[in-house]
Design a binder for this molecule. Structure first.
Ligand code: 5GP
Ligand code: ZN
Length: 114
């Protein structure tokens, strides 16, 4: 989609530190990491927010989660654990309106989140 930051990153138009890519998914390091590992997992298809997902996106969402697990494993996080976060809308603090999962790990996290 024109004028979407994560579409431009996924297509390579805007540079990023890529950590994973397949035909449907692109993953890259967050520019402002909140933990030693902080990776954003995005679909190459533009979808504005998690609440816009349709039944036909079920496989894509599953692939995003599996990609997050693979990246966590590749970063040695399987033993210590990690968190996968998806912010949807204003109250969750969604800043970029192209769906993404945050994979964060390498330190302890509190619960509930602030
Ligand atoms: P949200 O709040 O929408 O869930 O998270 C958006 C994330 O995108 C934030 O963690 C922010 O640091 C990250 N981000 C924003 N702009 C850029 C950018 O240009 N490059 C990268 N790599 N990350 C970005
Ligand atoms: Zn987009």
């Amino acid at each position: 989609m024109k004028d979407c930051l994560f579409c431009k990153i996924a297509s390579g138009e805007i540079p990023s530190q890529k950590v994973y890519e397949d035909k449907d998914i692109f993953a890259f390091n967050d520019i402002k990491p909140q933990a030693p590992t902080h990776v954003l997992i995005v679909p190459k298809k533009h979808i504005d927010k998690l609440s816009s997902l349709k039944g036909t996106d079920a496989e894509l969402v599953g692939k995003m989660l599996l990609a997050a697990n693979k990246i966590a494993k590749d970063n040695g996080l399987n033993g210590s654990g990690y968190r996968i976060v998806g912010n949807c809308g204003q109250d969750a603090g969604q800043l970029v309106f192209h769906i993404h999962l945050h994979l964060i790990g390498g330190r302890k996290f509190g619960w509930p989140p602030g």
